[in-house]
Design a protein around this ligand. Structure first.
Ligand SMILES: NC(=O)c1ccc[n+]([C@@H]2O[C@H](COP(=O)([O-])OP(=O)(O)OC[C@H]3O[C@@H](n4cnc5c(N)ncnc54)[C@H](OP(=O)(O)O)[C@@H]3O)[C@@H](O)[C@H]2O)c1
Length: 465
């Protein structure tokens, strides 16, 4: 927004204070990231346009002071509502408060804004994951959001769980459930607003700009790449033929900005005809989980890291029993041996704990790696068609012909550099270590197969001879 729309006069960012840091301090720390180097060069005074507004989604009025509420009401013309609890397994009460009640509060605030031109609620392409083909419409469910809000605000945890058990079982977690409920809130409460729902699928590191490969979290695919690079994650429960609908964050943001423009341009699309955008890659740049793991494994081997424990290899498994065996022999048993050995010689090892985190992550996303969805994305294509050539260049979100091998190569390097803080100058030293790990890996594999063959032969000989 800052670089592409220089006429934007101010950007208000709702931000809470956290870990004893004020909203303003947190914002200053965010702008220290190399991600912002380009905007600093191109717009040296950009910081003057950013106004942090202290807010808290847990609070009924979003925690804004009266002064801030008045300011926002009069100044704002475009809202992007992204604030949410994205923890998959938050308890229903918290997830509903953050994702549903806060969205309703944001809509109520928006209704008081005389200059509002566009409001985009950011949902997720998986909010309605109980349908196999997701259309660009709001789905209806057995419970309406007002009933849900009343339930969580007036009942005990047991009562909430009991009442919702039959309904919520359609979703894999409280995150997707409350996102679906929030979409219904938007539909009902946003009837008269210039509003649209934007649904990205799996958002990953930067593809093109401002900084290729950049990312700052272990969510989504980066949660796999980091432990694969370290040689820790070697088996994943996954159907490698299933679609992985991944969209890089810069492409997502370009489409998000364009959707705000589109909502303003289409005043006839209000109420029941509200614009909904499925921001996915499945139709224009299909990618399977098998492709993703193949490309990222190749790149992890190409750019070995200093802190790796084993050669990066990954096997995808569909069968639960085989997966459990592989996890025990390939992950947990070595972890137990290393931790125990480390304790004996007085070196504290945390292999078991690391595996707990890795397995928790894999378990949380397993629902999505063993299934696939198809999506209608006509509204996103329609925006692209209605944009001028210069806007298409500035806000490029066209994924046709997207180069996935190159993208995963850059993303792997980005994860190593920005997340794992690997120094690229140590690459040569890491390559020497990697060669050693390669031989150790294949020698261990050979020894393991030999043991299994000898054991089986002995067993058969004892039975039949
Ligand atoms: N990442 C994806 O793959 C993906 C895919 C589809 C849709 N989305 C949607 O995109 C949006 C952004 O998600 P993200 O992935 O960028 O995650 P994120 O970085 O965790 O963004 C969530 C934001 O909500 C804020 N927030 C959470 N609780 C709050 C509270 N109590 N009060 C005030 N602010 C609060 C967080 O602020 P703090 O920094 O203070 O915690 C954070 O800035 C979400 O609506 C998510 O559903 C994400």
């Amino acid at each position: 927004l800052l670089r592409s729309c220089p006429d934007v006069s101010k950007i208000f960012i709702m931000m809470r204070s956290k870990k004893n840091k004020s909203a303003s301090t947190r914002l200053d720390e965010i702008f220290k990231s190399p991600l912002f180097s380009r905007v600093k060069k191109e717009m040296p005074n950009f910081r003057e346009k950013i106004v942090p507004v202290v807010g808290e989604l847990y609070e009924a009025d979003l925690g804004f002071t009266k002064g801030d509420t008045d300011l926002l009401t009069h100044e704002i013309s475009i809202i992007f509502h992204l604030g949410a609890s994205i923890r998959f397994n938050n308890d229903i009460k918290s997830a509903t408060t953050l994702n549903v009640v806060a969205t309703r509060a944001m809509l109520n605030l928006a209704k008081r804004m005389p200059n509002l031109k566009s409001f985009i609620y950011v949902s997720t392409a998986y909010a309605n994951c109980q349908v196999k083909h997701v259309e660009e419409r709001v789905y209806k469910y057995l419970i309406n959001p007002e009933e849900l809000i009343t339930l969580v605000q007036t009942s005990s945890e047991n009562m909430i769980n009991e009442t919702l058990s039959g309904i919520i079982s359609q979703w894999p977690n409280s995150y997707t459930f409350t996102k679906a409920m929030a979409e219904m809130v938007v539909k009902v409460n946003g009837e008269r607003l210039p509003i649209g729902i934007f649904r990205p699928s799996i958002v990953t590191n930067v593809a093109h700009e401002p900084l290729v490969g950049w990312g700052d979290n272990y969510y989504t695919m980066m949660g796999f790449i980091a432990p694969i690079s370290k040689g820790l994650l070697r088996f994943v429960m996954c159907n490698s033929d299933c679609n992985a609908s991944v969209v890089p964050v810069d492409i997502t943001i370009n489409a998000l900005i364009a959707s705000a423009w589109d909502v303003f341009n289409q005043p006839q699309r209000r109420g029941d005809k509200m614009l909904i955008y499925n921001n996915v890659s499945t139709n224009d740049a299909p990618l399977t989980y098998g492709d993703f793991f193949f490309y990222s494994q190749i790149s992890c081997q190409k750019y070995p890291i200093k802190s790796c424990y084993w050669m990066p290899t990954l096997t995808t498994i569909r069968n639960k029993v085989i997966f459990a065996i592989c996890i025990w022999f390939g992950h947990l048993l070595p972890a137990l041996i290393i931790d125990t050995f480390g304790r004996c010689i007085g070196i504290r090892q945390r292999m078991w704990k690391s595996y707990k985190q890795i397995h928790d992550f894999c378990k949380a996303v397993e629902y999505f790696t063993v299934r696939e969805w198809t999506f209608t994305d006509n509204n996103i294509h329609a925006i692209w068609q209605s944009m001028s050539e210069s806007d298409q260049l500035l806000f490029n979100f066209n994924m046709k012909g997207f180069n996935w091998p190159q993208y995963w190569d850059n993303t792997v390097k980005g994860v190593h550099h920005y997340l794992l803080k690997e120094d690229l100058s140590t690459l040569e030293a890491s390559r020497i270590k990697s060669k050693r790990l390669y031989w150790i890996h294949y020698a261990t594999k050979f020894a393991f197969i030999l043991i299994v063959v000898v054991f089986t032969c002995n067993l058969l000989a004892n039975i039949f001879l």
